[in-house]
Design a protein around this ligand. Structure first.
Ligand code: MG
Length: 159
C-alpha cells in the first residue's frame, strides 16, 4: 500500500446578499461568498487537495468557472465527482484535515454537520474528516470580514 498527500487552498470574497455555505452547510450570516458556484471555500479546497493527492489536476480543470452548468452549483457535487475520479484510480481517502479562516461567524458549532455532509459526499465515515476554525486576528481582508479562506490536506492510500 502507498500513501499520498495533497494540499488545497481557496479564498472567496464575502458580500451581502449571498448565502454563506461552508462544508455544504448554510450558516446564518449577513454575508456570503462571491463565486460562480455556491462559493463553498472548504469544499473547493478539499476538492483540490483530493485531486492533487491523486495527481488529477485541480478543481478548475474539472469544473471550469466559465461553464454555465456550475453556476450556483452545490459544491458537494464537485466532491462527489472527485470521489468517483479517485475510485477509478483505486485511491481511498484515509484522512482530511482542514482549517477554515473567517472572522465571523463562529464555525465550530457547525462542524458536526459539516463533517457529516462532507463525509457523505465523499462516501467515507465522518471520523476521517477533521475541521479546525481560525480567525485572522482582525488583520488583512479576512480579518476585516471581507473574505473567507480554507486550507486542506488530504491523505489517500492506494493498493
Ligand atoms: Mg472557490
Amino acid at each position: 500500500m502507498s500513501t499520498r498527500c495533497g494540499i488545497g487552498y481557496d479564498l472567496h470574497r464575502l458580500a451581502e446578499g449571498r448565502k454563506l455555505i461552508v462544508g455544504g452547510i448554510e450558516l446564518p450570516f449577513d454575508k456570503g461568498p462571491v463565486g460562480h458556484s455556491d462559493g463553498d471555500v472548504l469544499a473547493h479546497a478539499l476538492c483540490d487537495a483530493l485531486l492533487g493527492a491523486a495527481g488529477l489536476g485541480d478543481i478548475g480543470t474539472h469544473f471550469p468557472g466559465t461553464d454555465p452548468q456550475w453556476k450556483g452549483a452545490n459544491s458537494l457535487l464537485f466532491l462527489e465527482h472527485a470521489k468517483k475520479l479517485l475510485a477509478d484510480k483505486n485511491f481511498a481517502i484515509e484522512h482530511v484535515d482542514a482549517v477554515v479562516i473567517t472572522e465571523k461567524p463562529k464555525l465550530g458549532p457547525h462542524f458536526p454537520k459539516m463533517r457529516e455532509a462532507l463525509a457523505k459526499a465523499l462516501g467515507v465515515s465522518s471520523d476521517k474528516i477533521h475541521l479546525k476554525a481560525k480567525t485572522n486576528e482582525g488583520v488583512d481582508a479576512i480579518g476585516r470580514g471581507e473574505a473567507i479562506a480554507a486550507h486542506v490536506v488530504a491523505t489517500l492510500s492506494s493498493r
